[in-house]
Design a protein around this ligand. Sequence first.
Ligand code: UDX
Length: 437
Amino acid sequence: MKNIAVIGTGYVGLVSGAGISDFGHNVVCADIDKNKIKHLQNGEIPIYEPGLQELVNRNVQSARLSFSSDVNKSIEDADVIFIAVGTPEGENGASDLTAVLDVARAIGKNLNSYKVICTKSTVPIGTGAKISKIINETSNNLLEFDYVSNPEFLREGSAVKDFLWPDRVIIGASNVRAFDIMKNVYRPLYINETPVIETTIETAELIKYASNAFLSVKISYMNEIANMCDEIGADVHVVSKAMGIDGRISPKFLHPGPGFGGSCFPKDTKALVSMAEKYGTNLNVVESAITANQLQKERMVKKLFKLLNNDVKGKTIAVLGLAFKAQTDDVRESPSINIIDALINNGANVKAFDPAANDNMKKLFEDLDTYMSWEETVKDADCVVIMTEWNEFRGIDLSKLKELVKHPNLLDCRNILKIDDLEKQGFNYDNVGRKKR
Ligand code: UDX
């Protein structure tokens, strides 16, 4: 059993800290945000993450997991320190490392024994060397430590599952001692034979970006195939299914939609392109995926306007789904932002509903008219647009929807409604690559 400090209590830090305590270690999740820590100490989880409340409660009750705003003491008491603070998008797509380097300085100042310093946050290649340099400088090279890169692959909405049952664990380190300590941290995963890749620090840092950027490319590729299906009258679901049966392609992340959002793909793709340029090389494919993604979001706006003969002024539009994907309350880079922005700027009345993200979207559009059910939202609407694939939207009764709306216009940006039913109910509809000719 190790004493672990996790610095940063966002969805990565909190899930990782709770998960590592579930592995049997003594974990302190620390943050400089005293208010956040107070809520956590009161058992309040500040993020929407299915399963996290139970995971935290279980480990707090077993006295393996605690929360502290005393970052310095958490560092002093720890054998292993995880850096899990935010790395938001900075200038020209590069990552903003302010928070990460602040933690590195705090670690240097409070280095009172040998420790392993492990970065969970997604950081540009070469950041490990920067962190080590800062720790050496601020600790006056007094004490020994090892640095490890241990990137996370947590998807919002399934982060607990992704942490406890990962496809693989990536450990980047430079000596056996560090690898052995990380093996101890992740012992339950080693026991159940989760693949563990042990490599260099820079390779581990690149694996994270290469993985996220590839998934982004896969999504943009499928979105463009869907757009082609729109023009030739093919069914993108059949194309995607047939492609996914090929083991080399896999059926995952082949679902066309309104464009990818979230706190990772948009940021990580730009950061990787920026890094490549810094190293004198180009990632043309990733750059194209970024462009295709922006165009996809704009295409959804055009599709919506087209359903209303490009005259939305004074029309009432019901936006179902605000989060960038289902099972999260996060609206960062959500395609719904583009839709709402365009509608408001063209004089439409917007009614919006999301099972989890209403409040977060109102932080961006403070006058946004939000509702607590899809039924209230669609009442008297001239058009309905489905932006997020929440299950309750999959289950919409189209005959009931038809009765509630003023005009039966509908754009399904997630292809979750049955086309035959839409046609039977006489909807004037559009979607992403499935419209019948
Ligand atoms: C992603 C990575 O999956 C995860 O490994 C990394 O640690 C963090 O970033 P996340 O952004 O939370 O996770 O969600 P994800 O499920 O990957 O979806 C990202 C975006 O792609 C969403 O906007 C989603 O709607 C979109 N998407 C995903 C598609 O449009 N089609 C798909 O088939 C899959």
